[in-house]
Design a protein around this ligand. Structure first.
Ligand SMILES: Cc1cc2nc3c(=O)[nH]c(=O)nc-3n(C[C@H](O)[C@H](O)[C@H](O)COP(=O)(O)O)c2cc1C
Length: 401
């Protein structure tokens, strides 16, 4: 998604300026053209040489430098930019942008650009909480700027507080979301479930499965980056994705309640979670003891009712079939019996596919009888293929109405 994107990275005079070097590197590795603009203060903290070497592009520091390719036409860079990130963003730059000042190359460029602007503030907690800074941020948000962070943690002053620059990955996720706003899922609401549910045996033990949640998270992030409003209901413990409304659950009953409520007004629900089929019939109130003479323990399990049929009509339903044998036949049966629009069948017996791996090999089957066997690919790539199919099915539905 960042490949070949023409980006501007504005770096300002914060102690966190050195972290922008890592961000510039990651953006460049992702295939973006990264044009760094440094304020005069930023150059007190880090040299332009680092950015130049990492991005392979000239670094702009001076609006009046006549040797710069952008000096004469001072808004040329602003015009060709597809996205602007200011990281770290000082209290000073936020104030200047809120006022619409144009006294250096960064402020001139932000004022002149039509591209979306993302700011990642970094400052002392007191500076961040200051009424002026809060008012400036509110003004910028109102004008369509997006803010990512700041995070909570140890600050340069040695104190703990809110003011840390968030890490490069979070800034990149936020940027992808900002750039994807006009994507093919813009205006759509997509609900995704992820992870393996846990059914309690006693207060300390559960029955669960090997699902890591990686596929569901990849889908949630990919849908977000295509412009969707995404609700993720997860039983996994991976970090919450930026820009995704995330709800954590453990049991099937909790997942059912969260999914059904998120499905109100949704266009599609993707059930990537591995939901338990059975739960202990009785949950012991106290920890089950390994008492003397007890050589075996019998657990009685009760079937859990599938809640897919309760998903409101009109919401496109996508299910997963994790199978260890007769993949296609079992998945087709599940597609029919559950009244799904699309099923993603994956063989979880293979070591490079299914649970806890970064790759997956799947067959996509839809309600019209179409079948597409996909080769082994990254879960992030598979997520895109599944979403392509969902976009196609949603379009057909729209055309049919
Ligand atoms: C050591 C040091 C660290 C600083 N760190 C920050 C910071 O993290 N955030 C911030 O808003 N200002 C910080 N400042 C103050 C800014 O550098 C100052 O407000 C400057 O005018 C910002 O200019 P710029 O926004 O044009 O880059 C720091 C100053 C010093 C001397």
């Amino acid at each position: 998604m960042l490949k070949d994107k023409k980006l501007i990275l504005g770096v300002t005079g914060s102690i966190a300026a050195y972290k922008a070097v890592d961000l510039a590197s990651k953006l460049t590795q992702a295939g973006a053209e990264v044009n760094v603009i440094m304020t005069r203060s930023a150059q007190e903290f880090v040299t332009l040489l680092s950015f130049r070497a990492i991005t392979g592009r000239p670094v702009i520091t001076d609006m009046f430098d006549i040797s710069s390719e952008f000096a004469v036409e001072h808004v040329a860079l602003a015009r060709r930019a597809q996205g602007v990130v200011i990281a770290p963003a000082t209290a000073n730059i936020l104030a200047k942008l809120a006022q619409g000042l144009a006294d250096d190359m960064l402020t001139v460029t932000v004022l002149a650009t039509q591209a979306p602007v993302l700011v990642a503030p970094a400052m002392d907690a007191a500076m961040f909480q200051a009424a002026a800074t809060q008012e400036n941020l509110a003004k910028l948000k109102e004008r369509g700027f997006t803010m990512v962070g700041p995070g909570y943690g140890r600050l340069a002053s040695g104190e703990m507080g809110l003011g840390r620059l968030v890490d490069a990955q979070e800034i990149m996720d936020a940027l992808k979301q900002v750039l994807g706003r006009g994507g093919d899922l813009a205006g759509r609401k997509v609900v995704v479930s992820a992870g393996g549910t846990q059914e309690p045996i006693d207060p300390v033990r559960v029955i669960t499965n090997r699902s890591s949640g990686k596929m569901g998270y990849a889908l949630a992030e990919a849908a977000r980056d295509r412009g969707a409003q995404v609700a993720l209901v997860t039983a996994a413990t991976l970090p919450d994705p930026f820009g995704v409304e995330t709800r954590h659950v453990q049991t099937v009953a909790q997942m059912r309640e969260a999914i059904l409520s998120a499905c109100q007004g949704a266009d599609a629900v993707i059930m990537a979670a591995a939901v338990s089929d059975f739960r202990p019939a009785e949950v012991a109130k106290q920890k089950v003891k390994k008492s003397p003479g007890r050589e075996a323990l019998t657990l009685k399990l009760k079937k859990i009712q599938d809640f897919f049929p309760e998903v409101p009509k009109g919401v496109l339903r996508v299910g997963f079939a994790a199978e260890t044998e007769n993949l296609v036949a079992n998945a087709r049966k599940k597609l029919r019996e559950k009244g799904l629009d699309l099923i993603v069948a994956n063989d979880v017996a293979a070591s490079d596919s299914g649970f806890a791996t970064d790759t997956n090999r799947a067959v996509l089957m839809d309600c019209r009888g179409k079948e597409e066997a996909l080769p082994l690919m990254l879960k992030s790539e598979l997520a895109e293929r599944i979403l392509n199919k969902i976009v196609e099915l949603l379009k057909e539905r729209g055309a049919g109405n």
